[in-house]
Design a protein around this ligand. Structure first.
Ligand code: MN
Length: 245
C-alpha cells in the first residue's frame, strides 16, 4: 500500500492544498487525486484555530465518501463531534474559531457541516491498522501493547497521548514520551504534539509540525518514510512547540 499521511491540519486548508500539490496530487476535480493511485491518510485534528475549518471538513468528507482516505479522529475532532451532538462542551482551545465560522453561515448550511462531520466521525475507527499490520495511524500514537485493543484506555491514549493525570506548570497535561520506548515492528504515524521538525524514532513518526502555530504542514510518504512539508501562513508561536532530547 502506498499512502501519504498528513499531520494536524487545524483549518489550514490552503497549506493542505499546497502540500498535496507538492506531493503530486491533481486538483482538477476539486479534490486531491494522485495520478499513481496513492491514498491519503489523516492523523486527525482537522479543525480549530486555523481560518478554514469548514472547508477542511467538507473536503475530507468528500474524500471519505469516495472511499480514498484513511482518517482517524483527534482530540479536537472528538470535542467538535460532542459539540455537534449538542453536548455542553467548552468553546475554548481553538473550538471558538470553528464555532465562529459556523455562526456566520445560514442554519441549513450549518446543519450540512454537522451532518457531514457526524457521519465522518461515527464511521471512522479510533485508529487504523493498515498494510497487514505494518502501519498504524493514531492521532496521539499508541503503545505497542494497546494495538488491536478497544477500550477506554485505548481511546484516551489515541486521543490525548500518554497522559498521567499530572499537570505541567502552565496547566497543560504531562505527556510522557512513549515513542522513545517503542520497540514494535509496525510503523506508528501520529500527530498531536507540535514539533518543529517531524520526529522519527523507533518506527514512530510524529508529523504534527504545528502548521496552525506558524510551523509547517507535513506529510509522511509510506512505505518510503519520506517527509514532505510546506510552510505555514500563520504567525509563529514558539511556545507551542515541544523539544525532545
Ligand atoms: Mn492537534
Amino acid at each position: 500500500m502506498k499512502i501519504d499521511i498528513i499531520g494536524d491540519i487545524h483549518g489550514c486548508y490552503e497549506e493542505f492544498k499546497e502540500l498535496t500539490k507538492k506531493l503530486g496530487y491533481d486538483w482538477t476535480s476539486g479534490l486531491p487525486v494522485n495520478p499513481h493511485g496513492r491514498l491519503l491518510g489523516f492523523v486527525g485534528d482537522l479543525t480549530d484555530r486555523g481560518h478554514h475549518s469548514l472547508q477542511t471538513i467538507s473536503m475530507i468528507f468528500n474524500l471519505f465518501e469516495k472511499g480514498c482516505l484513511y482518517y482517524v479522529p483527534g482530540n479536537h475532532c472528538n470535542k467538535l463531534y460532542r459539540y455537534f451532538l449538542g453536548n455542553n462542551v467548552k468553546i475554548l482551545h481553538g473550538l471558538e474559531t470553528t464555532v465562529a465560522e459556523l455562526s456566520a453561515i445560514p442554519r441549513i448550511e450549518r446543519d450540512r457541516y454537522r451532518d457531514m462531520f457526524i457521519t465522518l466521525y461515527e464511521q471512522s475507527p479510533l485508529y487504523h491498522v493498515l498494510d497487514d499490520g505494518k502501519l498504524i495511524i493514531a492521532h496521539a500514537g499508541i503503545k505497542e501493547e494497546l494495538i488491536g485493543k478497544q477500550s477506554n484506555r485505548v481511546k484516551t491514549f489515541v486521543l490525548y497521548g500518554d497522559i498521567t493525570g499530572e499537570k505541567n506548570e502552565d496547566g497543560t497535561p504531562v505527556r510522557k514520551d512513549w515513542a522513545s520506548d517503542y520497540k514494535g515492528d509496525a510503523w506508528i504515524v501520529y500527530g498531536h504534539t507540535p514539533v518543529k521538525e517531524a520526529r522519527i524514532i523507533n518506527k514512530t513518526a510524529n508529523i504534527d509540525t504545528g502548521a496552525v502555530f506558524g510551523g509547517k504542514l507535513t506529510a509522511l510518504r509510506y512505505p518510503e518514510i519520506e517527509v514532505v512539508s510546506v510552510g505555514s501562513s500563520m504567525p509563529f508561536v514558539e511556545e507551542k512547540f515541544r523539544e525532545f532530547e
